[in-house]
Design a protein around this ligand. Structure first.
Ligand SMILES: [Zn+2]
Length: 201
């Protein structure tokens, strides 16, 4: 069939003036997208290392909100809070204990205690930022309030929409997936993680 051949042969010549106009655009827009993507995805994380976790956060304010939302063992640390001075060291110290106490409680409920690689907890500012992170990883819209990825051993949470049960649920996923020599089916892991959530207190 000569038509496609002719078509192929003549098309670039005919389109040359247009291509000259279009090409800079073709290079420019994808590049711009990449730059924008890097900017919004390039979060300057700060880290706190606890006994069992690596907490990644973006600002001291987020850390304060995280501390307020994760309302666990308050009776144990509440009295101390009354007499202790305020400040970042104090908050970090409190968070360290709280997160590790919660992690140990999850291990206790599951009866799964052993040396494990520290789980990373990524604290996002808000829903938009969390959903943005999800679509970067999965290339599709996010339907979740929080999630855990085994491959990165990372929990993704939004400090705007968080409570201790949610964090414990995601910690349970990490513990379950690392305790057993073979990862259980996802439905089984989910049942266990929900069990932890409902037996936290
Ligand atoms: Zn789950």
């Amino acid at each position: 069939m000569p038509v496609p051949y002719l078509f192929k042969k003549t098309l670039p010549t005919k389109l040359l003036p247009f291509l000259i106009l279009i090409l800079p655009g073709l290079f420019f827009f994808p590049l711009q997208e990449v730059v924008q993507g890097t900017t919004s995805g390039d979060i300057a994380w700060r880290n706190i290392e606890t006994k069992y976790t690596m907490i990644h956060y973006q600002s001291f304010e987020d850390l304060e909100r995280f501390n307020d939302k994760v309302d666990y063992a308050q009776d144990r640390w509440g009295l101390k809070r009354l007499f202790s001075s305020s400040g970042s060291d104090n908050l970090i110290d409190k968070l360290n204990k709280k997160v590790d106490v919660l992690f140990e409680r999850v291990q206790e409920i599951l009866d799964m205690r052993k040396e494990m690689k520290k789980v990373t907890i990524k604290i996002y500012h808000d829903r938009r930022q969390l959903h943005d992170a999800y679509s970067r990883i999965y290339k599709k819209p996010c339907r979740f309030r929080a999630w855990y990825i085994y491959e990165y051993n990372t929990i993704y949470i939004n400090v705007d929409d968080l409570h201790e049960g949610m964090l414990a649920h995601e910690m349970a996923h990490s513990i379950i997936d690392h305790y057993l020599s073979v990862r259980p089916p996802s439905a089984t892991a989910e049942i266990l993680a929900r069990y932890v959530h409902s037996h936290l207190l």
